[in-house]
Structure formats: C-alpha cells, structure tokens
Design a binder for this molecule. Structure first.
Ligand code: 1HE
Length: 269
C-alpha cells in the first residue's frame, strides 16, 4: 500500500499508481518537450527521496508527448541569466534528484521515445533500465549550445558507452539511434511497438521481487561500484549477509528445495 500523500501535490510530474505498487512517473510538460526546469527537478527530488519509505515497489519514468525529454530548460536558463554560483546550485539539485533515483533503492525503468538529449540523457542515465523504441534518439547538444553538461553525463553517460564516445557526442553533436544505441549500451531494450508497454511489463516483473532485494540491487550496486575492489567485495558480503538471510526469502528458497519453484530455462527460439 503506497502512502497516498506521497503521490499528491505535483504539477510538472503526472503520477499514476498501478495496482501492484508500480508508479508511472510522467514528465508532463509536452509543450516544452518536457524540458527540465527547476520546478520539475524539485518534484523529482521530492518523489524519489520518499519513494522507498512510501512503499513504491518500482517506477516507470516516461515523458508525455512525442519526446522523452529535451534536457535543461534553455529558455528558463537564458531568462534567469544566472551567476556561476546560482547555476552550480541548479546542477547540485539535478544531482540530488538523479542520485536519489540511482541510489534510492526503488527500481527506475525509463520508457524512452523521441528526443533523449542533453539533460534528458542525463536523466535517463540515472535509471536502472532503459527501454527505447524506433523513434528514440540520443544526443548531447551542449557543445553546439555553448554550454557543458551539468547533470552527470560526464559520469553516467561515460559509464554507459565509454569516455571516448561520450566526448565525441558532446564535441561533434553525434546522434545515436536504433539498434546501434542498444549495442552501445544507451538502452538495454528496443521495443518494436511501444517502449512504455515494455517498460510496464518489466516493472511488473521487477515488482514481484522482494523489496529488500530490489533495494540492494538499486542502491548497493551503484555504491559498490564507487569503491575500491577490496572494499566493494567486503561491502558486498555485508549486503548479502542482510539480504540473503531475510525471513521473506525463506519461502522462495523452500519452494526451490521442494521443486515447486520455476527453473531457469533458455528463451524459446
Ligand atoms: C524547450 C526546450 C528546451 C524545446 N528548453 N524549451 N537540449 C537541447 O538542446 C534540445 C533543444 N530542443 C530541441 O532540439 C527540440 O525542441 C526537440 C528536438 C526536443 C523537439 O523539436 P520540436 O520541433 O518537436 O519542438 P520545438 O518547436 O523545437 O519546441 C517546442 C517548444 O518546446 C518550444 O516552445 P514554444 O513556447 O516556442 O512553443 C521550445 O522552445 C520548447 N523547448 N526544448 C526550453 N531544452 C544541467 S546542464 C544540462 C545541459 C542541457 O541539457 S543542454 C539542453 C540540450
């Protein structure tokens, strides 16, 4: 049961609770191609900061309209004529939001379409799973706009596709799309029909995992990857100590021992 107050009071995000603890979080400024203004970032901070405690089991992150997200709201940024200090703090709020997504323990499955560009790609990179479709394209137009990434692309996009490709994207404005984008790692799935439908299917499956297991997958792995190998191995053992002995896991282990649990089989070809 999700705490209902946690789903109320949003203007730039549309939240839809499904019956299995999954919440669809939709960027809801289609006339602005879901560009990220400061108000949207604050709503992402609020939602993802409290999602685990509110009982959300998984989220699908989507965009209203034809495009997932056009990145930083360039018009707001231009009009505000910010000082370096002000824009540093804008970026720190982006990091707050995206870190809450990546490290918050609640699975985030992004349903991508159309433009996933600039800060839109930084947002998508903070999701745990990305599903694209044939309309989806990825770019970092910052180089051409006379600016620089500030929402984590230097880290997360580099993690996905490697530093050299990330540098090429921002330097030359290179666009990736189609199967090549999946092969490079910008998305894990290509939906031939509808990325939202596939993301919902994945979220339904993920929501059946035990919450503590998902918490470890969607928080500990990112933390462990920031540590030295020795420390990560130690911390992984500690996490496994907690997760692998959780009482809720005993029924699942017993089902395997009793041969009533599903076996792992190859996909049908
Ligand atoms: C926007 C934004 C935006 C659209 N900020 N308002 N991001 C970019 O450089 C991408 C900029 N956007 C585009 O290239 C295109 O808008 C799209 C390819 C995404 C969509 O094209 P299209 O033809 O469907 O729409 P449009 O006519 O360009 O825009 C429709 C409206 O959305 C229009 O507003 P209107 O009030 O004149 O109707 C646009 O101004 C508005 N719009 N994109 C503000 N980004 C922490 S650092 C992060 C650095 C970055 O993210 S750099 C931003 C990169």
């Amino acid at each position: 049961m999700i705490t209902q107050t946690h789903l109320q009071g949003y203007e730039n995000l549309a939240l839809e609770e499904r019956d299995n603890g999954v919440v669809v979080v939709t960027l809801n400024r289609p006339t602005k191609r879901n560009a990220l203004d400061t108000a949207t970032i604050e709503e992402l901070v609020r939602f993802y900061s409290g999602a685990h405690m509110a009982g959300v089991k998984a989220t699908v992150l989507a965009g209203e309209g034809d495009h997932f997200c056009a990145g930083l709201d360039l018009v707001e940024h231009w009009k505000a004529d910010r000082s370096p200090d002000e824009f540093m703090h804008v970026c720190l709020r982006w990091h707050e939001a995206f870190n809450k997504m990546e490290y918050g323990g609640v699975p985030v499955i992004a349903a991508l379409k159309g433009a996933v560009v600039g800060g839109g790609l930084e947002l998508a990179s903070a999701a745990h799973v990305r599903v694209m479709d044939r309309s989806t394209y990825f770019a970092l137009p910052e180089g051409q706009r006379g600016i620089f990434t500030g929402g984590g692309a230097t880290i997360r996009v580099s993690d996905l596709i490697g530093k050299a490709r990330m540098i090429d994207m921002i330097l030359t404005g290179r666009v990736y799309q189609g199967d090549e984008a999946v092969q490079l790692g910008l998305a894990q799935y290509m939906a031939e029909e509808d990325s939202l439908a596939m993301a919902l299917e994945l979220a339904d499956r993920v929501a059946q995992n035990l919450p503590l297991t998902n918490y470890a997958i969607c928080s500990a792995i990112s933390h462990l990857n920031n540590m030295s190998g020795m420390d990560a191995a130690y911390a992984e053992a500690v996490v496994a100590g907690v997760v692998n002995t959780q009482p809720a896991a005993r029924a699942r282990l017993e089902a395997f021992a009793n041969k009533t649990a599903a076996r792992v089989r190859p996909n049908e070809t």
